[in-house]
Design a protein around this ligand. Structure first.
Ligand SMILES: C[S@@+](CC[C@H](N)C(=O)[O-])C[C@H]1O[C@@H](n2cnc3c(N)ncnc32)[C@H](O)[C@@H]1O
Length: 234
């Protein structure tokens, strides 16, 4: 009676058919305002919409859990895919319900970035700083990823000034850790909607400003050679 679904990266055209079906059949559709907006056009007129923000999410999820326990079909919509930078919200949903809940993956902003920038998942590591708690292990892991000659797709943290870890902060941190300033770096904003892209080096990223809706790609300086068979005639 309750399922968490990935709503995709922003344009409803990227919502999966199964996700759309679940929303069309829902009695309750819940989520952060910006994410509910993505699917607004297919929410049935009869459905109750429960909007939330960072401050009231626990109370609002309690209301959704109550509806779920009353037997209503509830859908909680997540930005992009649940499985990248969505698990803390999922944990809140499960805590409110008192049990594990089903999930339906969506298309992540990381997948759209990989497609735009033509990077292969196999040679790329995904890291988010958009989470509560200690970011230190994630920062350290990013250093290791680049030292290990892999690409990194990174979701920055846009919150308040004390915690903000946006692309310029990430670049500054990496340079302080001895990472080569020449790493090709890209920042993509508002993927699938009003897209903007910036391309430069890690060093050049230090004094740039980007919106909250940004995702970063730091390319390895040593991309892997092709490992497929030699082309005929070579
Ligand atoms: C809590 S994370 C959720 C990410 C989401 N689960 C996903 O798979 O894309 C939210 C952050 O993801 C990034 N993001 C999400 N959608 C984006 C988009 N369409 N374009 C650029 N960045 C995006 C932004 O940094 C945003 O602040």
């Amino acid at each position: 009676m309750i399922i968490c679904i990935g709503a995709g990266p922003g344009d409803i055209g990227y919502l999966t058919q199964r996700g759309a079906e679940l929303i069309r059949e829902a009695d309750v559709v819940a989520g952060f305002d910006a994410v509910v907006n993505v699917v607004q056009s297919i929410i049935p007129a009869t459905a109750e919409v429960v909007l939330m923000n960072y401050r009231d999410q626990v109370a609002q999820l309690d209301a959704v859990a109550k509806a779920h326990h009353q037997g209503k079909r509830c859908v909680v919509v997540f930005m992009g895919d649940i499985h990248f930078s969505g698990f803390q919200y999922l944990e809140r949903v499960e805590r409110a319900c008192g049990h594990p809940v089903d999930t339906l993956p969506g298309i992540s902003s990381a997948q759209i970035l990989a497609s735009r920038a033509k990077v292969c998942f196999d040679e790329t590591t995904f890291i988010t700083f958009h989470r509560r708690g200690d970011l230190t292990p994630f920062k350290r892991h990013l250093v290791h990823v680049l030292e290990d000659a892999r690409n990194a797709i990174v979701i920055p943290c846009p919150w308040d000034a004390a915690r903000s870890f946006m692309p310029p902060h990430i670049a500054t941190y990496l340079l302080q850790q001895g990472i080569d300033p020449a790493h090709p770096t890209e920042v993509w904003e508002n993927l699938t909607r009003a897209e903007a892209e910036w391309h430069g080096t890690l060093a050049e990223c230090v004094d740039k400003t980007f919106s909250d809706m940004s995702i970063m790609l730091i390319r390895t300086l040593a991309p892997m050679d092709s490992q497929i068979e030699a082309a005929p005639g070579t």
